[in-house]
Design a protein around this ligand. Sequence first.
Ligand SMILES: [Zn+2]
Length: 359
Amino acid sequence: MSERTLKPGVVTGADYQVLVDAAKAGGYALPAVNVVGTNSLNAVMEAAAKAKSDIIIQLSNSGAAFYAGAGMADGFKAKVMGAVAAARHAHLLAEYYGVCVVMHTDHANRELIPWVEAMLDEGEKYYEQTGKPLYSSHMLDLSADPIDFNLSECARLLERMAKIDMSIEIELGVTGGEEDGIGSEFEEHADNSRLYTQPQDVLQAYDLLNPIGHFSVAASFGNVHGVYKPGNVKLRPEILKNSQDLVQRTHGTGHNPLHLVFHGGSGSEKAKITEAVGYGVFKMNIDTDTQFAFSKPVGEFVEANPKAFKYQVDPEDGTPYKKFYDPRKYLRLGEQGIVSRLLEACDDLGSKGQSIARS
Ligand SMILES: [Zn+2]
């Protein structure tokens, strides 16, 4: 158990680092859940409160655009202002859920560097007004580019982030999957060293970024994004241990010096997850599973009450269906679906009951 406690609400800067260290020291990881609107965002906070777990809330660029409204004319502006709106929503409400909430943005590839920069413009303004950044961290995923470009861009943006108490998440190696449009073409026995992050690359990242500011690394150890048939995911968590050991040996640091992130964990065996957490993974992304958890009960409700989604009043017996088609009815079912899936995730990751928030 960690000695340090934090005030409930969005945590950034030194507090965020305390939270990351508490997870690593306590042998658990925090679920990082993608949200697309207030329904999913509130459901994630509700789940965290119920599980007494701290939590990471994240938005992809398309999730942020959806948060601003799919009908907003300027699509780029929507990606930026949707992210701002989600963060401000969390800053206003998170403390009332009694847990620590990390605000984070998900994968940004080379084309999305301007998105990250525009969010930093907004983050800097917010920092000037409140002394806090909007986001605890942003992710930059340049793993598809040469490593020198990947790391120099991460360093350039981390310089800016560090000034407003932010952390960066980077990605090294290739994580296959539907989100990235890569993955299924990899043959099991082919030369797939690209599927696994090389410890030498992780050391290079540490050397460059550690003097600048706080960073975390999404490393590939056989993980894929999205859901794959069981057996297609060959997780090799020892890859993570090799990277930790190399940095520790080279720099004479303490145990597990790197803050590691697990992408594409859906459908992974629990034992492999536990092993990865032991090697310094403090964050595990969850997206597809909570999408399904939201939609399944909504689908069942529509199927069970088909007439309520065709008529306001039953044409045969005059029964009013308002109680059924009121969107709150089925949206709440979706929220509850997310909550129960996340209670399971907190159990799997060991974060249940571990919140370090104290009012
Ligand atoms: Zn990734």
